[in-house]
Design a protein around this ligand. Sequence first.
Ligand code: UGA
Ligand code: MN
Length: 320
Amino acid sequence: MNQEIRIKTKHFYAVLVILGFLLIYSLSSNNGCDSDGQSSPNSEFAAAGGREAFLLNQKGPTIYAITPTYARPVQKAELTRLSQVIRLSPNVFWVLVEDADHGSELVANLLRRSGLEERSVQLFAKTPTNFKLQGKDPNWLKPRGVEQRNKALDWVRRELAANGGRERHSVVYFMDDDNTYSSELFGEMSKIERNKVGVWPVGLVGGLMVEKPVLNRDGIVLGFNSAWRPERPFPLDMAGFAISSDLLLDNPQAQFSYEVERGYQESEILRHLTIVHEMQPLANKCTDVLVWHTRTENPKLDAEKPLVKAGKRSDAGLEV
Ligand code: UGA
Ligand code: MN
């Protein structure tokens, strides 16, 4: 009899322990549900395109990505590609500057449909006719993007001054509309320190597979491996550096110019801001290539020309 009671008591305690475990388990999995519901900004949900992906993330420095752009058949395709990498990079604020005398419907539509309206601005600045490439001019004849980038720099400097000035650390990057950018690059740019210009390799540029900073053993930038005009003070591509915003506020004269020789736009702005040895190497000590200077072929539209003449264009009523 006594033994029977002891066994029953044992069973009772065993059931109690199991119930206790079940209770703890159900409480902890409920918590999981709640936190999923709130979705932290860094969750996979955001990366997959939740609401947070469209809004500026105030945690790291804001990266002002300045993109000159101009109307041509491939414009929407190029900007679609860019808008999608920017969506994946919540610290980026996109400063689009059209080479035109007013903002276009195409760009406004693109910003709206990509969901980036709240972290972008649509500006315009037309390149003066004497500096604009004409018909069959080779693309290197005149500098591109000067007017637009200077307009954007004005806008960014004013924006910075109105929003905390030197107190707030931001980064400025010049992003062509036709290059190819990995979203990882923006993570690297977030590491740029105050008063620094960050540098990294750029693929497929200057006649090389990769143009890159050359570092010494201590990770100091000694120079660049450039083959094209290596005598330039900063022989690197526009896509290969980004600037801490305080340098731009402290040096209001730093901008682009029509007065300089071909290939000297990068040196023109950087000469006011830094020296080669003080640049901050990023992208895994400059061994990762996270941006490529791709150029898009001009599409052949031979069959479109007679249609346009006959008033029957294939894109009537469509935005391509
Ligand atoms: C290279 C560099 O990557 C550019 O950053 C630099 O401005 C250019 O050389 C230069 O030295 O001027 P590249 O591919 O040859 O670039 O130039 P594009 O991509 O044709 O133009 C650079 C930017 O200017 C693009 O964002 C493009 O949309 C814009 N652009 C070009 C205009 O706004 N208007 C134009 O008439 C032509
Ligand atoms: Mn280009």
